[in-house]
Design a protein around this ligand. Structure first.
Ligand code: NDP
Length: 330
């Protein structure tokens, strides 16, 4: 075990700003939780991008090791639930917000935060999925539980299609045989999205502005990562009795909508949170991914990068330049 190791640490930069710096830490700098994990892979989610660039205040105390997702191997455990050599993953649970995060060679974690690495995936693949992909699975599971999407159609709509959540949602729905319309602002990604399983496309500008409270019924269900007018329009276009699983705010945290789709068409707005999702939901989401996500499709969704590229990757995800998912080797 090396005496010191590099970590990406968020610190106070004054004037209510934060900065991210690679800092040498030792095991003594880590929290006093029972399970020590050697981290092999992490990823960059939208929230990680906000934390590293300082564009969003993610850490609620400083200094804070950034990174919300990790895959690795247990090195020491004072918990009966885990033993050295166990391969594990951890998504969310406040990592990089209230708890020290994933961008470090080692981290000490609570046993109840960990899941065994699913047999279907390598650590690299699990991080290619990461919080974005597992959130996509939570959204798809919410639509399946609602019971209105059908392989015969109408289509399921996925917004922010070329991003992390969107890409995995399309791959998952496509692999399961559901017809998908993808909403993207990047026409150059159409071929990539078709490869994942998208059958039709909508330019994101078409649903980005304020629209009528009720519009033509088009979608059996939807996964929305954008929020704001986009979500309001998606609700207004959802078929009678359908549901929209909403998890993101890439286009804004507001929701300028009316109750009309809900009270006249029985449309449901299903809120999806990954950070504090209970273990049963997490297990179901990872099982859905293991059972239905085509490994060949997954390999087309991500690229692998060294730790040193974290600042650039963070800037790129905030700039909307990342296609699909990235894996970071720790
Ligand atoms: P990405 O940056 O990978 O993808 C977001 C996509 O949204 C972009 O690729 C783009 O898609 C689209 N987009 C970006 N800006 C706008 C805009 N102004 N208007 C319309 N569309 C836009 O992020 P992730 O997929 O990782 O995350 C997506 C959202 O989900 C984020 O808001 C994130 O915070 C949230 N999230 C929430 C979680 C939860 O627990 N609730 C967990 C994980 C993520 P395209 O280029 O195709 O147009």
């Amino acid at each position: 075990m090396s005496e010191t190791f590099d970590a990406m640490v968020i610190t106070d930069a004054g004037e209510r700003k934060t900065k991210a710096e690679v800092t040498a830490l030792s095991l003594a700098d880590l929290p006093d939780y029972p399970v020590l994990v050697e981290i092999s892979h992490s990823t960059v989610n939208f929230k990680d991008g906000l934390a590293i660039t300082g564009k969003g205040r993610i850490a609620r105390r400083l200094p804070m090791i950034a990174g919300i997702d990790l895959a690795g191997t247990v090195v020491e455990s004072a918990s009966p639930d885990w033993k050295p050599g166990d391969k594990v993953i951890c998504n969310g649970w406040g990592l990089s917000e209230t708890e020290q995060g994933a961008y470090a060679k080692y981290q000490r974690l609570k046993p109840e935060w960990l899941l065994p690495l699913p047999e279907a995936f390598t650590p690299e693949q699990a991080m290619a999925i990461g919080t974005a992909g597992y959130t996509a699975a939570l959204c798809v599971q919410a639509l399946l539980d609602w019971g209105k999407i059908s392989k015969e159609g109408p289509d399921v709509l996925v917004t922010g299609a070329a991003g992390g959540v969107g890409s995995v949602a399309i791959a998952l729905l496509g692999s399961m045989g559901y017809p998908v319309t993808a909403v993207t602002g990047r026409p150059e990604t159409h071929e990539y999205l078709s490869g994942l399983g998208a059958k039709s496309f909508l330019d994101r500008a078409e649903i980005a502005e304020a629209g009528k409270p009720l519009q033509a019924e088009r979608w059996a269900g939807a996964v929305d990562v954008v929020g704001s007018h986009t979500l309001a329009n998606v609700l207004a276009q959802t078929c009678y009795g359908g549901a929209v699983a909403a998890c993101g705010l890439a286009g804004g945290a507001d929701l300028p909508a009316t109750v009309m789709p809900h009270i006249l068409r029985g449309v449901a707005l299903l809120g999806v949170d990954s950070v504090m999702a209970p273990m049963e939901k997490r297990k179901a989401a990872w099982k859905l991914l293991a059972d239905h996500l085509d490994p060949a499709l997954l390999s087309s969704v991500y690229s692998v990068h060294p730790f040193a590229e974290l600042p650039q990757l963070a800037a790129d995800i905030i700039g909307g330049k990342i296609r699909g998912r990235v894996v970071v080797e720790i």
